[in-house]
Structures are given as C-alpha cells and as structure tokens.
Design a binder for this molecule. Sequence first.
Ligand SMILES: Nc1nc2c(c(=O)[nH]1)N[C@H]1C(S)=C(S)[C@@H](COP(=O)(O)OP(=O)(O)OC[C@H]3O[C@@H](n4cnc5c(=O)[nH]c(N)nc54)[C@H](O)[C@@H]3O)O[C@H]1N2
Ligand SMILES: Nc1nc2c(c(=O)[nH]1)N[C@H]1C(S)=C(S)[C@@H](COP(=O)(O)OP(=O)(O)OC[C@H]3O[C@@H](n4cnc5c(=O)[nH]c(N)nc54)[C@H](O)[C@@H]3O)O[C@H]1N2
Ligand code: SF4
Ligand SMILES: [Mo]
Length: 711
Amino acid sequence: MSQFLVKDGVKNQIRKGEKLVTTHCCYCGMQCGMHIRVNEKTNKVVGVEPRYDWVLTRGKMCPKGVTAYQTIDHPDRIKRPLIKKNGKFIESSWEEALDLIQSKFLGLQNQYGKDSIGVYGGVSMTNEKCYLVGKYARVGLGTRYIDYNGRYCMSSAAGGFNKTLGMDRGSTLPWTELEHTDCFFMAGSNTAECHPTSIQWFWKAKDKGAKLIVADPRETATARVADVHLDLLPGTDSALANGIMHLLIEHDYVDHGYIASRCNNYAELKEMTAKFTPAYTSEITGVSEEKLIKAAHIFGQSPRSVVMFARGAEQQTKGVDNVSLYTSMALLRGQIGKFASGVATFTGQGNGQGGREHGQKADALPGYRKIANPKDREYIAKVWGIEEKEMPQEGVSAYEMFHLMEAKKIRALHVICSNPVVSSPNINYVQKALESLDFLVVNDFFLSETAELADVVLPAVTWAEDEGTTTNIEGRVIRIRKVVEPLGESKPDWEIMQLIAERMGKGEFFPYKEPREIFDELRIASKGGKADYYGITYEKIDDQEGVFWPVPEENHLGTPYVFTERFATEDGKANLAVCDWKEPGEVTNSNYPLWLTTGRVVFHYLSGNQTRRVGFLMEKCPEPFVEIHPELAGEYGIADGERVKLSTPRGVMELPAKITKAIRKDTLFVPYHWGKEMSANQLTSPALDPFSRMPEFKVCAVKLEKLSNRR
Ligand SMILES: Nc1nc2c(c(=O)[nH]1)N[C@H]1C(S)=C(S)[C@@H](COP(=O)(O)OP(=O)(O)OC[C@H]3O[C@@H](n4cnc5c(=O)[nH]c(N)nc54)[C@H](O)[C@@H]3O)O[C@H]1N2
Ligand SMILES: Nc1nc2c(c(=O)[nH]1)N[C@H]1C(S)=C(S)[C@@H](COP(=O)(O)OP(=O)(O)OC[C@H]3O[C@@H](n4cnc5c(=O)[nH]c(N)nc54)[C@H](O)[C@@H]3O)O[C@H]1N2
Ligand code: SF4
Ligand SMILES: [Mo]
C-alpha cells in the first residue's frame, strides 16, 4: 500500500518502506523544491520526487536536479581523509590528517606569519557553513587571505548593485510575480539551460502578452522565442545599454517623477548617452539599428518591466559598468520597488546569494559589513569574542591569491568547496601557482582536479547529509534538510573547520554542536547590517515558505520587495550610471582574429566535478565542443564534428566543432565543465574588472585552426 504526502491538493507518492525528506536541489540558485526518497530499512537514498507545492518551482526540475540524488551514495565518494605520500593518496584516520594539518599550519605561521595561509571558499554550501568559513579564516587561522568562488560569479552584480542601489540583493522582487510582468529585458543569460525552471514564469507572462528582449551573442533557446534578439558582439553590453537609454530619452519613455524624486545623475547620464545614437551603438555592438529601436520601443512602452542579467554581461572587465547601466535602464523607467517589476541578476550557485553576504569575501564581514570599516570591525569582533585589533585586514580577490602563492606569500591554502584549477581563468598559470604551495588542503566529497593536487583531502559531505539554510535567487532564505547520515567517515565542513580551529588553539571560538547554533550566531552577526538575518528562524522559514531578507526584528515577516520607498544609499537615492563603453581587456588581432566566449550547457554544473560522475548526464554531453557558425566553418573548411584547434596567448586545446547558426559569425563558444586538456580555461583571459575583480571569462581573442587529416 502506498501513502501520499498531500499538500495544497497535490500528491507525492510515498512508496511502502520509504520516507520522503523535503529539501531543495544542491545546484543552481533556483533551489528547486524536491523530496528525496529514502529506504527506511537501509537508510539509503533511492530517488527523488518533485515538490509541486514549492512556491517558486512548482514541481519543475532540470536534468541535473533529477539526478542529483545519485551523487549522495556514489562509488567515487571520498569516505576517509587522504594524505599524499610519495605522490600517492593513502587513506588515513582523522587524527593523523589533523595532526599533519596542525603541524604544517602552525609551522608555516611561526616561520612566515599568520597570513602565510589562505582560505578559498565556495557557495555550494549552506549559510551556516559560508558564515563559518569567514570566521574560520579570521579567527581560527587569523589570516587576512580569504576569498571564494563567488568572486568568479556574482562579484560584478554585487559591485553594480552596490554602486547604483546601495545594496546587493540579487532580485528586487519575488519571482512568483514575474507572470504579471509585461516585458523582460534579459542580457547575457542562457535562461533555458542555466535556470531552466524559471522559464515557467516567463511563459506564464508571455501567455498574457508579455514581451521578451534577449541580448546574447548566441541565439539561445530563450533568444529563439524572444520578440527581439539583440545579437551583440561579446563585451559590448555597456554600449548596448547606453544605446537603449539614448532611445528611451529621445522618445521620452523616462519616468520623470521617479527620476526627480528617487535618482541622482540624470543630467550626466543624458549627456553620456547622447553620443550613443543607434548608428554609433550599432557600429560597436554589431546589432542592427532596427533591432535597437524596436527593443527600445517595446521596453519603453511596457507598464511593468524587469531588467535581468547574468554572467554574459557580468564576467567582463566592464562587468560592474554593465550591471550599473542595465540597472539604470530599469531606473529610467521608474520600475524598481514596484509590483512585478524591477531588476534581477540570475544568481548562479545554490547559495550564491547567501554565501556572498556573510564574510567569505576578502573585504567583507557578516551582514555585508566591511572589514575596512572600524565600526563594522568592532561589532563583529565583539560577536566573535575577539579584540578588534586581532581582526585581520582586507585580503585580495580569488585570482589575485594565485599571484601571492606564486610569490610565496601564501604558502598553504585550504580550499573548501571549489575546484579552482578548472574554474579559474588561465588555468595553466593557476596550476603552477597551486603547485608552488608548501601545503594544500582540500575539502570535497569527490576527488576534484584541485583535490588531486592536494597534500591532504578531507572528506566533506553532500548537501543531503547536513542541515542548514540557503538563500535562493530571489533573496528568500530556505531550509536544507538532512536526508541521511554522512557516508563513511565524511564530515560536514563546519565540523572540519571546527576541528582544525581547535588544533590551532582557537577551539573556544567554535563551540557548535549543530548548524542551528551557527545560524543563531549568524543572526546576531548580521543584525544591523544590510543583509540582516536577525529575525529569521528555522521555524519562521517553515511557516512562511521561506523568508526574504532583510528581517531586522524577530516579529518582522521579511522583505519580499526592496527599495519601495528609498534605496540603500546614503541619501536614499539611486545613482544612475554614467559609464562610457570601453574595449575588452583583450581584443582580436591578426594572430587571434576571432572572439571566444565560454559558458554552460544544461547537463553539467560548473567545474563538472559532480555532474561528470552521473551516467545520464555524461551520455547526454560527454565532452566539450566549440560552436562555430556555418559560414565561418565554411571559410575554414571545417565539417560538423571535426576536431579543431583553438589557441590564445595562454593555451591551446583541441575539441570537436559543433556547427550551428545560433552564434555570431565572428564568435566561438566553448562550455567549461571539464578539466585538464579538456578545459576551456586553458584559453581564457585573466583580465579583471578593476572594481569587482571579476575575470573576463566572457571575452578573449582566439585563433581557430583545422587539424589537417584528422577527424
Ligand atoms: N546547466 C547549468 N546551469 C547552471 C550552472 C551550470 O554550470 N550549468 N551554473 C550556475 C551558475 S554558478 C551560474 S553563474 C549561472 C550562469 O548562468 P548564465 O550566465 O545564464 O550562463 P553562461 O552560459 O555562463 O552565460 C550566459 C550567456 O551569456 C552569453 N554571453 C557571452 N558573452 C556575452 C556578452 O559579452 N554579453 C552578453 N550580453 N552575453 C554574453 C553566452 O552566449 C551565454 O548564452 O548558471 C547557474 N546554472
Ligand atoms: N571559462 C569559464 N570559467 C568559469 C565560468 C565561466 O562562465 N566560464 N564561470 C565561473 C562561475 S560563475 C563559477 S560559480 C565558478 C565555479 O567554480 P567552482 O567553484 O570550481 O565550481 P564547482 O564545480 O561547484 O566546485 C565546487 C567543488 O566543491 C565540491 N562541493 C560541492 N558541495 C560541497 C560542500 O558542501 N562542501 C565541500 N567541501 N565541497 C563541496 C564539488 O564536488 C566541487 O568539486 O566557475 C567560474 N569559472
Ligand atoms: S540545477 Fe537549478 S534548475 Fe536544475 S533542478 Fe537544480 S535548482 Fe532546479
Ligand atoms: Mo556562478
């Protein structure tokens, strides 16, 4: 006999001898609701059921989500600590691994100072863990050098939002309202592949007549159904946004009342955009004048619109400018802080939002506090029970940490939840920097390419073996539930950090018995900050289908819309962006005549360390490829499926050609989910945005060659 779990009239079957544990997917920022099926006798995960009653995703999941459960009890899981001896990993006890870490960390710090250890975090972890990574680095190890993989992901969005709106909450509105929007302007987002379950909301809106404008060098599945596809040259978003604003002003689509009462810099913006006529904008972006004009009229005439962007616009040396300019488009139309309208970035990783709020960034402390701000230092030092002067100063960004490793300033690194030797730009250099370390520790549950380089690998747990909270794409804090006990001797990262902190003589600062205690400390640490979680409890999350931050008081219900009356800037007004267009960090030339951009496919996740171990996903997409327009392929005499060579000043790779009309003729695209000789990041440019320190993953110059006589 089966039972049913019924909520809101929707049934999920519970099979005999099984229980369902309600949680969310471990991968992207959509954080789709799911129930994980557990055999009650064996306590093993046996499958997954969609969660129809989850408010945002309503039973939808993508191919990664429906197979995520297969990673939990996967044969490749690391079950015991690994120590490298004579170039080979040997299983060890926790005692032995911790002894080794203690002696190396203390030895290096005695000889070279506290800052000789770096911490490299990630945001596929709960808020509890992400918060603790910051405290572990500053208090447990006492180092200034900490940064995280979100630097490669959300840092330009954060920079742009902070500059224009004074606060970085990825979405200014709940996404369950998107169905009432009249127009979406999406820049640099491959929505259908990267946030697939969000598409239902755009379709609902489209069914009611909403318009869709997509800015992407590729004709993605989303661009294909757009009313206007702005097929821009990679790296030209700031010209595009200035050009659209030029037209909004020319046709008087500007909300003058909103601008006068809520925004600064309108006169300066008007002056800057004056030269971005359709002709000039078209010359830079390669988008036809007709398309620009059509897009501006559709966007300008829509009563409710949402401007959205993702890494396509953000992973550039002008990422912050691009975000600021696109955000300004929404401001010109008076859209931010209102129903079914506003601005949003597509948050990447599962906890890409929460993980950037609570102190994993080189310059940040919990609650979006600043480590350089004396008051903020004072407050957090008090919460942590240390002296303000013991709090380290600001460190450097993720990619810049590799320079310090190469220079022997950072001599040991602890990587927690990232695979930087696949995901960083210019990985040939990054690999050398990692190899120059005296000591590398990696926490992971699968042996990643980065873990392969480690001296010690500590077995972490998957998302299903621990509890906590994450903050989804909307800014809604939700609960991740423990489904099964940790496999083998694996441990959650918070426990691992706690064990090392004890070995560093800092045990008294890490007294937690469970994640809830860490969350309670996070609530206090974030209190009064911009990302204020003080009023959030696990119970409130359950009662309210998640809680939108900020939540400054215990009896506060949360903040679904932000900026309804004022922005989070000092004077309460938004700062319209006044930014000229600038060339990318690297431009095409006679040696490297084509543009290269990189990104994702629906079947794989980030560095691929998880999804490359799932049979179904590998069947669907076993290896990288390069998208080439048929005309360009014709010029080079390249056939579909033929192996070709790509080179940039940093590296070379060979891979099969995928010939498709869905890309510009002057641009190539390679997905980056593989390591070593299959990694697109052998090619990418490490040029950084001067403000966010985001690498320019989306633009570099490349040479394409046919490999003669080989197929
Ligand atoms: N399937 C899948 N889903 C994911 C992930 C994954 O790895 N796989 N990762 C998650 C994470 S962490 C992230 S950050 C997000 C990323 O989500 P997205 O940003 O949507 O994904 P990308 O493929 O990196 O890039 C998006 C689009 O930018 C376009 N683009 C390239 N250059 C430019 C440019 O100069 N300007 C503009 N306007 N567009 C450009 C590309 O053609 C591409 O279609 O996805 C999340 N979801
Ligand atoms: N060329 C190119 N490069 C890019 C991008 C691009 O568009 N183009 N995008 C960038 C972006 S947006 C991102 S987000 C980065 C991501 O880059 P990475 O951070 O390298 O991505 P992941 O593959 O998620 O790495 C996470 C690792 O931690 C492990 N892991 C997962 N959960 C946990 C946990 O709870 N604890 C521990 N200890 N380990 C865990 C996984 O097995 C995996 O090995 O890549 C960036 N690199
Ligand atoms: S990867 Fe993202 S869209 Fe796919 S199921 Fe997981 S959370 Fe949902
Ligand atoms: Mo990301």
